[in-house]
Design a protein around this ligand. Structure first.
Ligand code: ADP
Length: 328
């Protein structure tokens, strides 16, 4: 059976972008058709300034939200990355496989290192090596497919390169994985600045819809989304990014096609209203399940403990094999 791995960083509340770009497919497709592992990748949250007192709580919150979104521990393995030592163990071997040059080329590194430098905190070395740890996350499980949003494609490409290089140098060890992304809404944009992605680690703002936002908040954010001064509803991501983003979200929420939907609207107001209604309906069951799960922290704890045990059992033999292959 196909093996799937994907993850989220516990860097804030999950957003509509995380949901449409990744999580919804994990729930609706991946966990049913594959042997699927999903991880709250907490080590990745340490690459920029973080609050030690909050990391564990944020991981627990992210896991609770993933369960609320519909991940079912009977169908998939859900765990916290730092509970499984194999990720860090393998990451070192891959650091000995990757080059400084290929990591410096990563778009996310270039963007985030500028921000870290500006903040005066200095650029943590882990920000540069983060894609190598991500490669370890994926390769440790013999993963075939990595369902992610568009922003992660470059990192999965690097993962492929490292797997191929390692295999060529030290003998066949890793499966070479491939990224998959949704047809629409692979990159949901910030509602207030449709030229940047809706990111959960960005400062909280009116442009970000969180999975637990109540109906009124979702409506307010979407109705105030920045569009442009045009009137006609057309789907053009280049010249009309705000409207295209709303059409993408509406299409994803209603299983429609953004270009076809555009033809049915005479005004931005009507498009915003339907988009808001569709998102409210989409998120309603998540909010309801979340309220039940939040009242039962013992359950989430148990899921994560069992998940880590299962994940360890899968990763250990493969990572041991990689150590032997490299000569240790
Ligand atoms: P973030 O960038 O919001 O901190 P993560 O890096 O934890 O999110 O990513 C979790 C998953 O959500 C990844 O598969 C990522 O590609 C996807 N994702 C994140 N932001 C968006 C977005 N705005 N649109 C679509 N997918 C996204």
């Amino acid at each position: 059976m196909k093996r799937i791995f994907s993850g989220v960083k516990p860097t804030g509340h999950l957003t509509l972008g995380n949901y449409l770009g990744a999580v919804r497919r994990w729930v609706e497709v991946d966990q049913h058709r594959s042997e699927a592992l999903f991880s709250v990748v907490d080590l990745h949250a340490l690459t920029v300034e973080h609050d030690p007192a909050r990391v564990t709580r944020l991981s627990r919150q992210a896991a609770t939200l993933l369960l609320a979104a519909g991940l079912d521990p009977r169908l998939c393995t859900l765990f916290v990355q730092s509970h499984v030592d194999e990720h860090a163990r393998l990451s070192y071997l891959l650091e000995c496989t990757a080059t400084d040059g290929e990591l410096r080329r990563m778009i996310q590194y270039r963007e985030k290192s500028v921000r870290a430098r500006e903040s005066g905190d200095g650029v943590r070395l882990s920000l540069l090596t983060y894609p190598v740890l991500m490669a370890a996350d994926i390769l440790a499980y013999g993963t075939d497919e990595v369902p992610v949003g568009e922003d992660q494609r470059q990192h999965v490409e690097l993962t492929r390169d490292l797997a191929v290089r390692f295999n060529q140098r030290y003998g066949q060890t890793f499966t070479v994985p491939r990224a998959t992304q949704p047809e629409v809404a692979a990159r949901v944009m910030d509602l207030q600045d449709p030229t940047t992605k809706m990111g959960k680690s960005h400062a909280e703002g009116a442009g970000i819809v969180y999975l637990l936002d109540d109906a009124e908040t979702v409506r307010r954010k979407i109705m105030r989304a920045v569009t442009d001064s045009g009137r006609e509803v057309v789907y053009d991501r280049e010249s009309r990014p705000g409207v295209a983003n709303l059409l993408d979200v509406l299409a994803a929420a209603t299983d429609g096609d953004p270009e076809a939907l555009a033809g049915g609207y005479a005004s931005y107001g009507a498009l915003k209203k339907d988009t808001a209604d569709a998102v409210v309906e989409l998120l309603r069951p998540v909010r309801e399940r979340h309220a039940e799960l939040a009242a039962d922290p013992g359950y989430v704890h148990g899921v994560l403990r069992d998940g880590a045990e299962r994940a360890r059992g899968m990763a250990r033999p493969l990572v041991d094999r990689a150590y032997r292959a490299i000569g240790l």
